[in-house]
Design a protein around this ligand. Structure first.
Ligand code: ADP
Ligand code: MG
Length: 270
């Protein structure tokens, strides 16, 4: 089964999109594991209906090295196996280093299984080796970058593409595509389509900005669970179906910052 990772700038919609994709796959009967690699620990909140308090790193800190899988794997919506890597207190220690320790622990405990669809949700605007671990160590092979049409989101996406390109030379990691998460800016879908083409990939989804996402979030649920018949839920299901079968994976061709600015200038204004 596929091992995928969602990367993107902080606050862009990775966890929301990841949780809805996981929920959609679980709904179709797939065995799914979602691993949050962001020190915010909230990747799996919509699947669990709460913020996961037992992260891998917290558990190791409290109980020492001899922990069991059932202490850190929590079952959420549709049976999705939810894990949060955890991180240090803000301002103390290195969050990237924590990701390395947490993923090594998951491997040792055989939490990550080959018969499962595994989705990593990774912070991508931190230029830190630790956050590259899911790519570098081959934990994930299909990388999706969540981005809006905003310059700083595209900037983070382009940096992530640089990381994917670097590690593609050594292993199986490839770019699966750009997931557009709308911020309702002018010509956003066209801009993201062009950006994806320049990166040697495709815009694989364009997710509208919709208040149903915020309502579901307040109720600690995915849109799939909260409003299963909504148009937004259908969009997440379509994306889930796509990532499940996508065979068009590429080595990205990142842009220079000047090229990126030019794309935004050419397409970004109505
Ligand atoms: P990240 O994991 O990238 O930091 P989140 O998934 O936590 O970002 O999303 C940040 C905020 O944006 C959340 O409050 C979430 O509900 C909201 N959000 C994400 N996607 C959408 C969308 N398509 N429409 C409306 N709100 C969204
Ligand atoms: Mg998140």
């Amino acid at each position: 089964m596929k091992k995928i990772a969602f990367y993107g700038k902080g606050g862009i919609g990775k966890s929301t999109t990841a949780a809805n994709v996981s929920a959609a796959l679980a709904e179709q009967g797939h065995s799914v594991c979602q691993i949050g690699c962001d020190p915010k620990n909230d990747s799996t909140r919509l699947l669990l209906g709460r913020v996961c308090s037992q992260t891998v790193l917290d558990t190791v800190r409290q109980c020492g090295d001899e922990i069991s899988a059932d202490q850190i794997v929590h079952t959420g919506f549709g049976g999705v196996q939810c894990v949060e890597a955890g991180g240090p207190e803000p301002g103390v220690g290195c969050a990237g280093r924590g990701i390395i320790v947490a993923l090594e622990k998951l491997k040792e405990l055989e939490v990550i299984r080959d018969d499962q669809f595994v989705l990593y949700d990774v912070l991508g605007d931190v230029v830190c080796g630790g956050f590259a671990v899911p790519i570098r160590e081959g934990y994930a092979t299909d990388i999706y970058i969540v981005s809006s049409g905003e310059l700083m989101s595209l900037y983070a996406a382009n940096n992530i593409a640089k990381g994917v390109a670097r590690f593609a030379g050594r292993g199986r990691v490839r770019l699966g595509g750009i997931i557009g998460n709308s911020r309702n800016i002018d010509r956003e879908q066209e801009l993201l389509t062009e950006f994806a083409v320049r990166l040697n990939t495709k815009l694989v989804a364009f997710i509208p900005r919709d208040k149903v996402v915020n309502q579901a979030e307040i109720h600690k649920q995915t849109v799939i669970a909260w409003r299963p018949d909504s148009a937004q839920a259908a969009i997440y299901r379509q994306l889930a179906g796509f990532v499940l079968t996508n065979a068009d994976l590429t080595v990205p061709t990142p842009l220079s910052f000047e090229e990126l600015e030019k794309v935004v200038l050419d397409y970004g204004i109505e």
